[in-house]
Design a protein around this ligand. Sequence first.
Ligand SMILES: Nc1ncnc2c1ncn2[C@@H]1O[C@H](COP(=O)(O)OP(=O)(O)OP(=O)(O)O)[C@@H](O)[C@H]1O
Length: 267
Amino acid sequence: MNTLARTDMSDVQSVWIADDHVIEVSNLRKSFSGRPILNSVSFSVLRGEFVVLLGPSGGGKSTLFRCLTRLAEPDSGQIKINGTTVSSLGSQALSDFRRQVGFIFQQFNLVKRMTAVDNVLAARLAHTSLLRVLVRRFSKDDRQLALACLDSVGLLDQAYQRAESLSGGQQQRVAIARAFAQGGSLLLADEPISSLDPEASENVLQILQDAARNRGMTVMCSLHQVDFALRYADRIVALKDGEVFFNGKPSDFDPSVREELYRGNKA
Ligand SMILES: Nc1ncnc2c1ncn2[C@@H]1O[C@H](COP(=O)(O)OP(=O)(O)OP(=O)(O)O)[C@@H](O)[C@H]1O
């Protein structure tokens, strides 16, 4: 966890050292069937930063997330996460690495018939013996951790409700609690609020921002809502036509940049 006071990320970035880079992407290229989707993309994300990824539909945001964890294989370029070159990982090391990254998706990816707390406990499977998994007996510590994670997203009172009985916003908060319970320090959220109403969206973004500010987690989150990005992000990275179109402070993302970013988007 970083120890710097979190007043304004932009003020402190300049004094952070290279070791504080959690994500380092350089010259990343990815194409599908010969069609370039990511074209020499380079950027980095600092420890404890909340970076929002913007860009028109089809601009490659999801593809970038998939490349970061090799759910899609990059054609070329380098991705380092916490100093590890992701492309060099063998299958076991890649599985271990993925377990340290929390993913939040548009569809909440919960087991609908399981309770909220059991969904969160699923994050502890990798830390639990096979026998305990088979009999669904998690340790007391794991149960307490799962409840604490639900508490941190304001859902302790819903812990024993089935996921399917919760609202979309609550289900997304369970998914975030599950990512917290995983114990990693990096959260990747691909359009986490796209199916939520404005109030639930704000709630989720507040929790993600809080994860960066108060838990020292590094959060990268794609959004379509520019206004939310301007309000919540420490920094905005925008992709257009497979390239980094903007990388800077929300205060520098002025209306002309916004208009140019989305101009000509027919998706
Ligand atoms: N597995 C795949 N095979 C072929 N084309 C793909 C594949 N995955 C993505 N694409 C194409 O890559 C382009 C970028 O898609 P991607 O989902 O990364 O964009 P995005 O910026 O996340 O879009 P949106 O904001 O609409 O979710 C799209 O044209 C998409 O059709």
